[in-house]
Design a protein around this ligand. Structure first.
Ligand SMILES: [Ca+2]
Ligand SMILES: [Ca+2]
Length: 255
């Protein structure tokens, strides 16, 4: 049975057989936006309109969320980052301009090769929850640099503009064991914990969500579900400003 996490809950990474969870992924599953309108889907055109068959479904539009991480040292200083390579300072140069000096371009891998970010999902699930994670970060805690003491996971709405977490039909993160390699997850073998991000009224107007953190405590790794939302827009940019989310974590959660 997976642990169902509540906001603010802290857990040990001990499995039911007593061993430690070390190699797993943190995945995020979310649904595309519903517009509230219906669209007709034609099943069969028939013959000159005779015998035409169709049905109506909820109209959905792409929802691009981005799952990202930062890795901090014992004193809460930024050591490494893990976010889509599309945040490269070329396509979106304004994201990092003067916000946090030295914030690197996006990378698939953490510098210590302990964490890998799978490709960007730009749509969300269409036609209902498929039960699969749309973006994944694979983690091997045995490879994490000893300097790293906290690893934060967060989610930013990239597009469309104006969407906040109160409008997203569902979103959840989960920690799973899997078959396959760190860059190629084949199959989930064990869902260790799941955290459903409930649609809360406090999420209205908020387009970034600090999900939780892995952290060292007395030589052991633990996980804390945070679930705090904020607004990463500064009124100037067309889309998400990841740097604002990172700055928020560094100032409000790192110490
Ligand atoms: Ca995405
Ligand atoms: Ca999914």
């Amino acid at each position: 049975m997976a642990i169902r996490l509540e906001k603010g809950q802290r857990i040990n990474l001990e499995k039911t057989n007593g061993s430690k969870l070390e190699k797993f992924f943190v995945g995020c599953n979310w649904g595309a936006l519903k517009t509230g309108r219906k669209v007709e889907v034609v099943d069969s055109e028939g013959f000159f309109g005779i015998g035409r068959k169709s049905h109506w479904v909820d109209e959905e539009v792409d929802l691009d969320l981005d799952l990202s991480c930062i890795m901090l040292d014992e004193n809460g200083n930024l050591v490494d980052t893990l976010y889509s390579p599309l945040y490269n300072g070329r396509i979106y140069p304004v994201h990092f301009a003067n916000r946090i000096p030295g914030l690197p371009k996006g990378s698939d891998w953490s510098a210590d090769r302990s964490m890998y970010h799978t490709p960007d999902d730009t749509e969300g699930d269409k036609g209902g929850d498929d039960g699969l994670d749309n973006e994944i970060v694979t983690v091997d805690l045995t490879k994490v640099n000893s300097r790293i003491h906290q690893i934060f996971f967060f989610l930013d709405v990239f597009s469309p503009k104006g969407v906040d977490f109160s409008k997203i039909p569902y979103a959840a993160i989960r920690m799973c064991e899997y078959e396959g390699s760190q860059t190629d997850v084949k199959r989930v073998t064990n869902v260790f914990a799941q955290y459903d991000i409930a649609k809360e009224s406090e999420y209205a107007g908020k387009n970034a969500l600090i999900l939780g953190k892995l952290y060292r405590h007395n030589g052991e790794w633990k996980f804390a579900a945070i679930g705090d939302a904020h607004n990463h827009s500064d009124g100037k940019l067309p889309n998400s400003n990841l740097a604002i989310t990172i700055q928020k974590i560094l100032t409000s959660y790192a110490k």
